[in-house]
Design a protein around this ligand. Structure first.
Ligand SMILES: Cc1cc2nc3c(=O)[nH]c(=O)nc-3n(C[C@H](O)[C@H](O)[C@H](O)COP(=O)(O)OP(=O)(O)OC[C@H]3O[C@@H](n4cnc5c(N)ncnc54)[C@H](O)[C@@H]3O)c2cc1C
Ligand code: SF4
Length: 338
């Protein structure tokens, strides 16, 4: 680990000032990803700007019926917040599927969005990795790629985004509020994370001098018919091989609105509007779920060790949609898949 300076931000404007003054500085929130990356010598910030004392810990209702979540709300507090449990149980469930209780106590809402990939080679500085060192090559494409992506990959990178929370936020169509030197702006969740293309070193469209201040959830929470299913090698404390967030609005025996987002399969939470359109207006039954799964996975591409994910994702989508339609969501404390 390299030496680094440490300072505290007094307020959001001061945080932006400090990060803009030093292009090699980084914000630190819970530190559960950044400190690991520094220990592995993957990240080498010359300064850590501690943002943990900023007043960004509120969960509050918005005027248009949604909920605004401060960027420093710990993952545990968010999952167990009464507003989230009652109105956005899909989000609560996805958070509880992730990490461990101790990590969720430390991890912040903003930090969760910006956690970096778990590709083995990204953490191994002895190997080429375009994400860590642009232009050096991708060790995963012809290497051990069991956990890597099957959708939206490029010749430069086949990494996945590891978050569970973000998969639910994608399905719920959250908005990310950020502040930077030129003021505040909002980014639709679908536009926040990027596909690797030929710049896999950039995970998101957040500028380096910007800070996430909040996540906003729209009024519609799909509280009746939802499910988050996470398939992983161990039943806890492991990242998703494939995860599915399904949210349905069912009325008069038909699906009126449908959201489907996948984790563990791409560089960003993966949504496919054509697959969702197949569900809309349909009677919620297995054949329709299978058609939506096939549509979503039509361009999926497996590599030497991860081709199994294509069939796994297909079955997980069908299962999760059935759980959502039957209003029997996956319970994260009961690991048996219902
Ligand atoms: C062993 C282990 C298992 C895990 N398992 C899972 C899992 O199953 N599912 C899952 O979803 N996650 C999992 N995680 C990841 C964990 O959820 C993230 O590490 C955590 O959410 C990051 O939040 P943080 O506040 O600790 O971020 P930090 O480590 O403090 O920061 C992460 C990055 O975000 C930046 N940052 C932080 N806050 C802001 C902000 N407000 N504005 C701008 N930049 C900011 C930092 O500069 C840094 O680059 C696991 C982590 C570990 C260590
Ligand atoms: S998949 Fe991406 S993160 Fe993994 S080795 Fe290749 S370039 Fe690096």
């Amino acid at each position: 680990m390299n030496n680094f300076a440490y300072s505290r931000a007094a307020d959001v404007a001061d945080a932006v000032r400090q990060i803009a003054a030093d292009r090699n500085a980084k914000f630190i929130a819970g530190g559960t990803n950044l400190i690991d990356l520094m220990k592995y010598d993957v990240e080498r910030p010359v300064r850590l700007i501690d943002i943990t004392r900023l007043p960004l810990r509120a969960v509050e209702e918005t005027r248009d019926g949604g909920v605004r979540v401060g960027a420093l709300v710990p993952n545990s507090d968010l999952a167990y917040h009464p507003l989230i449990e009652a109105r956005y149980p899909l989000l609560a469930s996805a958070i509880l599927a992730g990490a461990s209780a101790q990590l969720r106590n430390m991890a912040s809402t903003g930090g969760n969005l910006l956690q970096r990939t778990r590709c083995l080679y990204f953490y191994d500085t002895a190997t080429p990795c375009n994400k860590r060192e642009p232009g050096s090559g991708c060790s995963a494409i012809n290497g051990i790629n069991r956990t890597n992506a099957i959708l939206g990959t490029s010749e430069a990178c086949i990494a996945t985004h590891p978050s569970d929370m973000c998969v639910a936020l994608a399905a719920l169509e959250a908005t990310v509020h950020v502040a930077g030197p030129s003021g505040e702006r909002c980014i639709d969740f679908a536009d926040f994370h990027r596909l690797p293309g030929d710049t896999p070193d950039r995970d998101t469209n957040l500028e380096s001098q910007e800070i996430i201040t909040a996540i906003e959830l729209p009024a519609k929470g799909f509280a009746e018919n939802h499910s988050y299913l996470k398939i992983r090698d161990r039943l806890s404390y492991a990242f998703a091989l494939v995860s599915v967030a399904a949210a349905l609005e069912i009325n008069g025996g038909r699906i009126r609105d449908a959201r489907l987002a996948l984790g563990g399969v791409a560089h960003k939470p993966w949504r496919d509007r054509e697959a969702e359109a197949l569900l809309q207006g349909a009677v919620p039954e297995r054949t329709v779920f299978a058609k939506a799964a096939d549509r979503l996975l039509r361009d999926a591409k497996g590599y030497a060790h991860n081709a199994f994910k294509i069939d796994l994702a297909r079955r997980a989508i069908i299962r999760t949609l059935a759980q959502a339609a039957n209003a029997t969501p996956q319970i994260q404390s009961v690991k048996k898949i219902r």
